[in-house]
Design a protein around this ligand. Structure first.
Ligand SMILES: N[C@@H](CCC(=O)N[C@@H](CS)C(=O)NCC(=O)O)C(=O)O
Length: 310
């Protein structure tokens, strides 16, 4: 019997950040297992692995849990370097484009698409997303107003993507795909992920349409479903990877101390554990879970807040 694939992605179908990772798995031609997680909290099976982090997606390899798509892509690249999505010579440009796409471009698209598709979204989704930002549940009129306020912010930015492709290049950074293509693609994908109502926003842009078709062609790789309980059992049976040497800053909490990590933007559930790795742009903490056993949860440094435990 062949061993099952080591990569387990915890995701759900209409998550655009999950779509970014599914396409990365497809581009690299990888086999993986997909655990479908709830789109709203609580997510008890996911948080047995993460210790509290509830955003989507999360990658699991044995007893190692990789949070945030920036880190997930880096880990995929480390394990499967070819074909590359993060070529060293382009890393700074990729990071800048990822930040623009996933913050400045993504947020108005989310508010626009969600507000125009309120009737087809799961009933409790908007209340959950507002709670993630410390806001009360919005009524339909509020969502609609937010959609209308954000439509111009979407239209102010889509032409920038067409301009990036204006010289006829096939990919955002030239002749080969990079993580920048995935990061710019997934917010645009979200515009029509639920319904075609906003497809007209992309219609004037021929280069974007051709480029999105090329990205879609990466596919999702070779995926088989896995039950959440099985993923937890895999974590329990595995040992976390050995940690490379850390590169702590003098301001960091000491290695081996108990720390708290949470996202600095939304979904700020705290994860607590023992700091076992700190690098220039990665943090990892070890935690004991009654169901998942000893796991190491990895985060990027940027976008996360690290503090000593109280
Ligand atoms: N910076 C994070 C953002 C992830 C994110 O915001 N994902 C959305 C789904 S597309 C989310 O977590 N929404 C709430 C949820 O799924 O519980 C990443 O790159 O992974």
């Amino acid at each position: 019997m062949t061993a099952p694939p080591e990569l387990i992605l915890h995701h759900y179908d209409f998550s655009n950040f999950a779509e970014k990772v599914r396409l990365a798995l497809g581009f690299k031609g990888l086999a993986w297992r997909g655990v479908t997680i709830p789109a709203v909290a609580p997510k008890p099976e996911l948080t047995a692995l993460t210790g509290g982090y509830r955003r989507t997606p999360v990658l699991q390899t044995g007893a190692d849990i990789w949070c945030d798509t920036r880190l997930i892509l880096r880990e995929l690249e480390r394990r499967h370097p070819a074909p590359a999505l993060l070529p060293a010579a382009l890393l700074t440009q990729i990071d800048a484009l990822v930040y623009w796409a996933e913050n400045r471009l993504m947020r108005p698209i989310t508010l626009y698409a969600s507000g125009m598709n309120g009737d087809v979204l799961p009933a409790n989704l908007q209340a959950d997303r507002s709670a993630m930002r410390g806001l009360p549940p919005p009524d339909e009129a509020t969502m609609r107003r937010a959609a209308l306020r954000n439509a111009p912010l979407v239209r102010a930015q889509i032409p920038a993507v067409e301009a990036m492709l204006a010289d006829g290049r096939p990919w955002i950074l030239g002749n080969a795909p990079t993580a920048a293509d995935l990061a710019v693609y997934h917010p645009l994908w979200f515009l029509t992920a639920r319904t075609q109502r906003l497809a007209f926003e992309l219609e004037p842009f021929g280069r974007i349409a051709a480029w999105m078709a090329r990205v879609r062609d990466f596919g999702h790789g070779d995926v088989e479903p896995m039950a959440a309980e099985q993923a937890i059992a895999i974590a329990r049976a595995a040992r976390p990877l050995p940690m490379p040497p850390s590169a702590l800053h003098p301001e960091d909490p000491p290695l081996g101390s108990t720390v708290r990590i949470r996202a600095d933007d939304n979904g700020q559930e705290v994860v607590s554990g023992e700091l076992v790795f700190a690098g220039p742009d990665e943090l990892a903490l070890r935690r004991e879970d009654p169901r998942a056993g000893t796991v190491v949860v990895h985060f990027p440094r940027l976008g996360y807040d690290l503090r000593p435990a109280r």
